[in-house]
Design a protein. Sequence first.
Length: 164
Amino acid sequence: MNIRNALLTLAGSVLVALGVIGIFLPLLPTTPFLILAAMAFSAGNEKMYDRLMRTRHVGEYIRNYRDGTGVSKSTKILSLAYLWAFLALSAYFMRDEIWVLAILAVVGISVTAHVAMLRGALPVMPEGDRDGDAGEPQADGMREPSRIRRCRDASRSRPPARSR
């Protein structure tokens, strides 16, 4: 292992540690640290990257971010529940410091707005869609619902935009 890979592995390990700490501290963001850790591991230590991606608790979230598939509704609800629970706990212990309470409120509102604006995950409909059409088989054996297929086909049939 060369120096670059060792430094990237060290950086990824520190980022994972910060991400785990961020689960319990509402002011420390978890997801950006884990995404950066995945980037560091992918460039410096493929074994650690694979291990992180196979992790039951964070692997799915990193894959969803990497693939751009969105965030499920249950994940949004769970993350906001944890956020507000730990913000309330922090506010309880820091109730005498009004400026800390103000910061906690701003963080809570900002993160809630951000999570609410995240793209939702598309529902998986392997056996067909509302039209009763099972759709076309895909490479992974899943079937594409006909309404998605119709949108994709319609976008292909549009004439090219004219340049000015």
